[in-house]
Structures are given as C-alpha cells and as structure tokens.
Write a protein that binds this ligand. Structure first.
Ligand SMILES: Cc1cc2nc3c(=O)[nH]c(=O)nc-3n(C[C@H](O)[C@H](O)[C@H](O)COP(=O)(O)OP(=O)(O)OC[C@H]3O[C@@H](n4cnc5c(N)ncnc54)[C@H](O)[C@@H]3O)c2cc1C
Length: 329
C-alpha cells in the first residue's frame, strides 16, 4: 500500500477535515485484541474496548473511514429495512430480543458517543422519517409504529398533512418516524472515532493491509508486509472490503460480497427561502419507492444518494468509480 492513500471522490472526502496522522505497522507488535479494519465496526469496537482498559490495536489497510463508513449517506436510522421486531424475536429468541433493543437504541448510542467524545461530525439529531407512497402501505407503517412502540422506541405515525409539512411535498400519503434518528457526516464520524480510540490509549496502524490471519497456540497472528501483530483475540471488521487487499485474508467471507452500484448527488446550498419549505426541521428522510434518500450537510444542504439496490456496504471501490458526485460549491 503506498504511503499516500487514494480517496475515491465523494462529497464527504471533499468537505471533511483530515483525520489523525497514523503510523504504519513496523515490526512485531503485541496487543490484547487485534481489530482488522477501521470503519465504524472496527473503530467502535476498539473505542469500547479501549474505554474499558483493554489494550487494542487496530490495523487498517488504507485510512480510518476509507471503506463504506466514510462514503455512506450519513443517515442515522433506528430501524430495520424489512423484518418487524416481532419477526426478529420469533426467529431468534433471546438473541433477537437483544438485537431489537440494540436497534431501538442505536441512533441514541451514536449521537451520545459523538457528544461524549466531542466528535465534530455535523451531527443533527432531528429525527428520522419514512414517508408512505401508497394508501395501502399506511397499514405497514401502522404495524411498524405499533411494534416499535411496544419495545419502547419513540416512534409516531405521520398524517398526510404532517408529511407535507416535513417534506414540502404532496407526494406522500403519510409516514412514520423516530425522534432519535438524524444525520451525520460519516467520514468526520469515522475520523473522530479514530481520534477517540487514540485518546483512550488504543493504537491504530494505517496503510497496513493484513495479508493473512492465523491461530498459533493461544494467540492470533495478523501478518502484514511490514510486520506482524500478535493478540489474544482478533476481530475481523473488514466487511465488504474483505477480499480487496488480500485474497488470503478470509476467502470464504470475501466470496459472499456482491458489489452494488450507488450514486451520490449533492445540490448546491439551498436558498433560505427554499429551505423554509423543504425539510425545514432538517430531519433525516428516506423514501425507497422513489429510490431517494436525503440527508443534509451544512455545505450541501440537501443531498440524495440513490442506491440501485439497498445493500449495506456491499459496494466495492470499483463500483464507486462510475459514481457521480457533486460536492458543495
Ligand atoms: C452507498 C452506501 C450508503 C450507505 N448509507 C448508509 C446510511 O445512510 N446509514 C447507515 O447506517 N448505513 C449506511 N450504509 C451502510 C454502512 O456504511 C455500513 O454498514 C458500515 O459503514 C460498515 O462499516 P464497517 O466498519 O463494517 O465496514 P467499512 O467501513 O467498509 O470498513 C472496513 C475497513 O476494512 C478495511 N480493510 C479491508 N481489508 C483489510 C485488510 N486486509 N487489512 C486491513 N484493513 C482492511 C478497509 O480498508 C475498510 O476501511 C451505506 C452503505 C453504502 C455502501
């Protein structure tokens, strides 16, 4: 991996201040826990371990936030796309119940962490709303509100008039929302999490692709071209990029990744007049029927990443090469 990392162009890469300056792996290193990958999964894990006093070393092939975490829509969405809480619990029992509670709390955890660690990531916890695009689907919204309310989530059903007031459009028949949601600049969050890991005593090595992992006795060994990390536990947090830097890292996981195209468009800053009518309270808003998702950053005001199919972090960097990005002017 070259010393300078190529960032695929994106709104976030264009507007976000640099992350911390990090060393590469140089020689042999020991830690209690090795985390491979510095996206949200790896950084959040490392932060929580470091806060509890565990000696953790994160090894990243590029830089923190280089993967999906620094290039996503920045929408903080406290719900699941399809299965309802009851379905999850019916299928997975106690583990399903824990997952439902985690999803209920996930947006709050994210915004709390950003506040606790003073992470400047344009965080706006103004709620999340999902509009309903046909009268028949109001029943689905009602069911979701009933089920999430039952587990204590701050959700509510929105009438057609309320959706008009929220979006500035007559397009929708109603909707539902959760007040804990909102939006962030995801690359700023990733870089801020990296700083927080360092502040709590964790170590992060960048530009250090792990080639292989192997178990030897009571230890794990993560081998890179410039050194090896030895640890009692290992967390693989490479997600959709598992096969990107080494075909030998975890081939069975890498084979399960399917690239999906995604386009990110951002407008120039909206005039105050327009802002008074389109999402004036700056909620996070997502409509799958029109393939439109909106968030807003202070620079872009309004942006709409449209996913050809919704598939969290299944995008390879090659898929992004064809993307259209328009950053703030
Ligand atoms: C287009 C798009 C839009 C999305 N929008 C949203 C949204 O609005 N809201 C939301 O909640 N979620 C969204 N998601 C999903 C979200 O971005 C991902 O679920 C999340 O970022 C995954 O984080 P991660 O840390 O698991 O993976 P990543 O952020 O992809 O991190 C994996 C890291 O592993 C590193 N790595 C890989 N191989 C190696 C190796 N051999 N050695 C060392 N390091 C390695 C990579 O460089 C990378 O930094 C979106 C995803 C996409 C693709």
């Amino acid at each position: 991996m070259p010393q300078k990392v190529d960032w695929p162009s994106s709104l976030w890469a264009a507007v976000t201040p640099e992350g911390p300056i990090l060393p590469c792996i140089d020689g042999n290193i020991t830690a209690d826990v090795i985390v491979i990958g510095a996206g949200f999964t790896g950084l959040s894990t490392a932060l929580h371990l470091a806060r509890s006093g565990v000696d953790v070393a994160v090894v990243e092939a590029a830089e923190p936030g280089w993967g999906a975490s620094g290039r996503n829509n920045g929408q903080v969405i406290p719900t699941l796309t399809r299965p309802e809480p009851d379905d999850v619990v019916r299928r997975h029992g106690a583990a399903g119940e824990r997952l439902v509670h985690l999803i209920r709390d996930c947006a709050q955890i994210l915004f709390d962490t950003a506040r606790e660690e003073s992470i400047d990531c344009e965080a706006e916890q103004n709620g999340w709303v999902q509009p309903v695009h046909s009268p028949g689907r109001m029943k689905i919204a009602e069911r979701r509100v009933a089920q999430w309310a039952k587990v204590g989530a701050p959700v509510s059903l929105k009438s057609r008039e309320e959706m008009r007031a929220i979006t500035g459009s007559d397009n929708w028949f109603g909707g539902w929302g959760n007040t804990t949601g909102g939006h962030i600049n995801p690359l700023a969050l990733a870089r801020g999490l990296a700083r927080a890991v360092l502040k709590h005593g964790g170590r992060i090595y960048a530009r250090s692709p792990v080639d292989t992992i192997e178990r030897g006795g009571a230890y794990w060994f993560a081998r890179t071209a410039t050194g090896t990390v030895k640890g009692r536990a290992l967390i693989l947090a490479t997600n959709a990029y598992t096969g990107e830097f080494s075909t030998r890292l975890a081939p069975r996981i890498a084979r399960q990744v399917v690239p999906v195209f995604s386009w990110q468009l951002a407008t120039s800053p909206l005039s105050d007049n327009v802002r008074k009518t389109i999402i004036p309270e700056r909620q996070d808003f997502i409509s799958r029927a029109t393939m439109l998702e909106t968030g807003s950053s202070p620079e872009a005001q309004f942006y709409s990443p449209c996913a050809a199919a919704s598939a969290c972090s299944l995008t390879s960097p090659h898929a992004w090469k064809g993307c259209f990005h328009k950053s703030a002017q």
